[in-house]
Design a protein around this ligand. Structure first.
Ligand code: DQA
Length: 153
């Protein structure tokens, strides 16, 4: 059976395409989902793609990833990245791989975006590569998941 990857998106990412195009470009979340679905099919992965505006809803999605035995989570928690202890704690309970993704380079923006409460738990972080970041995260996961678990890279 294909490894399952939950791709979780936080608040305001449903507005991509209309929201601050100078920062986030014109790509919509539906475009990103389509690209992720195509990449997953190519890579032999299964995905569950979600977007939520509420912190508790994202926590519930992480619980769902735990319960469904997902192999990995790709998470762009958007603004909650910088504030949410609840999302941090939920991710701590997840045993699989975690990749943090941001469309923009959060380190080149306002100082309040430089801190991530997800970063200490992440196996990898991709920021500043726009929608490509999601596809690159899936490629990295396919690579990692196909390797022998006993080998650390
Ligand atoms: C974001 C960066 C966050 O700081 C911001 O709050 C977002 C989007 C990104 O993808 O670049 O909503 O996560």
């Amino acid at each position: 059976m294909a490894d399952l990857v939950h791709i979780l998106n936080g608040p305001n990412l449903n507005l991509l395409g209309r929201r601050e195009p100078d920062t986030y470009g014109h790509v919509t979340l539906a475009d990103i989902e389509r690209r992720c679905q195509q990449a997953a099919t190519r890579l032999g992965l299964a995905i569950a793609f979600r977007q939520r505006n509420g912190e508790g809803e994202i926590v519930a999605d992480i619980h769902d990833a735990i319960q469904t035995g997902a192999a990995a989570i790709i998470i762009n928690a958007a603004a909650y990245t910088h504030t949410s202890v609840a999302i941090h704690d939920a991710l701590r309970a997840f045993d699989g791989l975690i990749i943090e993704v941001h469309l923009s380079n959060i380190h080149a923006r306002e100082s309040f975006r430089h801190k991530s409460l997800i970063a200490p738990l992440a196996d990898g972080i991709i920021a500043g590569l726009g929608a490509d970041g999601y596809e690159l995260a899936l490629q990295a996961l396919a690579w990692r998941l196909s390797k022998d678990d006993s080998i650390e890279i």
